[in-house]
Write a protein that binds this ligand. Structure first.
Ligand SMILES: Nc1ncnc2c1ncn2[C@@H]1O[C@H](COP(=O)(O)OP(=O)(O)OP(=O)(O)O)[C@@H](O)[C@H]1O
Length: 276
C-alpha cells in the first residue's frame, strides 16, 4: 500500500502547497491525478518519490519512508517526470547500465514494448525525438515492474496513434502487485485506461474515488429535461447541456471526467459532498 499521512509541504514555509494531506492508494489500480495548473500535482508526485521532503508528515511505500530514499524503496519505484533527458546511448545499452537497479526488470517485456511503440533499439537515445524518448522511458518504466510507477504528463509529445498504443500497453502491464499514477491535463488520453480518479485542489486531495463508485452515485447525461432538483452541475454543450445528477435510478453512465473536474474545481463542495 501507498500512504501519505498528514503531509504538509511548501517550497517556502510561508506558502504551503499542501496542508495535512492524507491519501491511501491501493495496488492493482491505475489512478489519474488531475488538478489545475499550479495545484501541486508534480510536487505531490515528487513527495511520493522522495525527490522533495515534507515539512510535516510522511509518504510511505511498502513500509519505506520516501524521504529516507533507502535502496529497498528506490527499487520499488519508477518515476517518469514531465521533462526527460536521456543519455547518448542506445535503448539496449541504457537497459544494460540501468536495469540492475530494478530486481524485477523484464528485458523481454522492455523490447516487446519498444517494438510495439516502433522505437528502434539501436538508435542513440539523445538523438531521438521527444515523443520517441518518452516512449523509451514508458517502456523502461513498465518493464521495471516496480510496485509504484509514476508518470507525469506521459502523453505529451505522443502522436495520436501512439496515445492509443500507450493506453493498450499500460492496461496490459497492470498487475495486482503494482500501482500506476498518471498525472495529466489531457483527460481524454486517460479514457478507458484509469479506474480511479484523484483531484488535488486548494491544498488537499478533494477526490479519491474509483470510476465505478462515481458512476454509482452520479448520472452523467446530456438532457435539459432532468429533474432540476437532482442536478448537481451542468454545463452548456453545443446542442444542449452536459449534466451531472444524483443517480437515484441506479443507472450506470460513463463518467465524464472533464465535466466532473470542472464541477469539482468550480463548486466542489456540493459534488464532493454527494460523492463522499
Ligand atoms: N522548485 C520549485 N521551487 C519553488 N516553487 C516551485 C518549484 N516547483 C514548483 N513550484 C511552485 O509550486 C506550485 C505547484 O507546482 P507544480 O509543478 O507542482 O504544479 P502542477 O499542478 O504540476 O502544475 P501544472 O499543471 O502547471 O504542471 C507552483 O506555484 C510552482 O510555481
Amino acid at each position: 500500500m501507498i500512504e501519505i499521512s498528514n503531509l504538509t509541504f511548501g517550497y517556502s514555509k510561508k506558502k504551503l502547497l499542501f496542508k495535512n494531506l492524507n491519501l491511501k492508494l491501493q495496488m492493482g489500480h491505475i489512478y489519474g491525478l488531475l488538478g489545475k495548473n499550479g495545484a501541486g500535482k508534480s510536487t505531490l508526485l515528487k513527495n511520493l518519490a522522495g525527490l522533495v521532503f515534507p515539512l510535516e508528515g510522511q509518504c510511505k511505500l511498502k513500509g519505506y519512508r520516501a524521504a529516507d530514499r533507502l535502496p529497498g524503496f528506490l527499487q520499488e519505484l519508477f518515476f517518469i517526470p514531465e521533462e526527460i533527458y536521456l543519455p547518448g546511448t542506445s535503448a539496449v545499452q541504457f537497459a544494460q547500465s540501468t536495469a540492475h537497479f530494478y530486481p524485477k526488470f523484464d528485458e523481454g517485456q522492455y523490447f516487446r514494448m519498444l517494438a510495439e511503440f516502433d522505437v528502434p533499439q539501436t538508435s542513440i537515445l539523445s538523438k531521438l525525438s521527444f515523443g520517441q524518448q518518452k516512449k523509451v522511458m514508458i517502456a523502461f518504466g513498465l518493464a521495471t515492474n516496480t510496485t509504484l510507477l509514476i508518470m507525469d504528463e506521459p502523453t505529451n509529445g505522443l502522436d495520436i496513434p501512439s496515445k492509443a498504443k500507450f493506453r493498450r500497453i499500460i492496461a496490459g502491464a497492470l498487475t495486482e502487485e503494482r500501482c500506476i499514477i498518471i498525472s495529466t491535463h489531457q483527460i481524454r488520453d486517460l479514457d478507458s485506461l484509469i479506474d480511479s480518479l484523484l483531484i488535488v485542489h486548494e491544498q488537499e486531495i478533494v477526490l479519491n474515488k474509483s470510476l465505478d463508485e462515481i458512476a454509482e452515485r452520479i448520472y452523467f447525461g446530456s438532457s435539459a429535461l432532468l429533474d432540476k432538483e437532482m442536478v448537481l452541475y451542468e454545463e452548456p454543450h453545443r446542442i444542449g447541456l452536459n449534466t451531472m445528477s444524483v443517480n437515484h435510478n441506479e443507472v450506470f453512465s460513463k463518467v465524464d471526467m472533464e465535466l466532473l473536474f470542472s464541477a469539482v474545481i468550480s463548486d466542489h463542495k456540493s459534488v464532493i459532498n454527494h460523492l463522499n
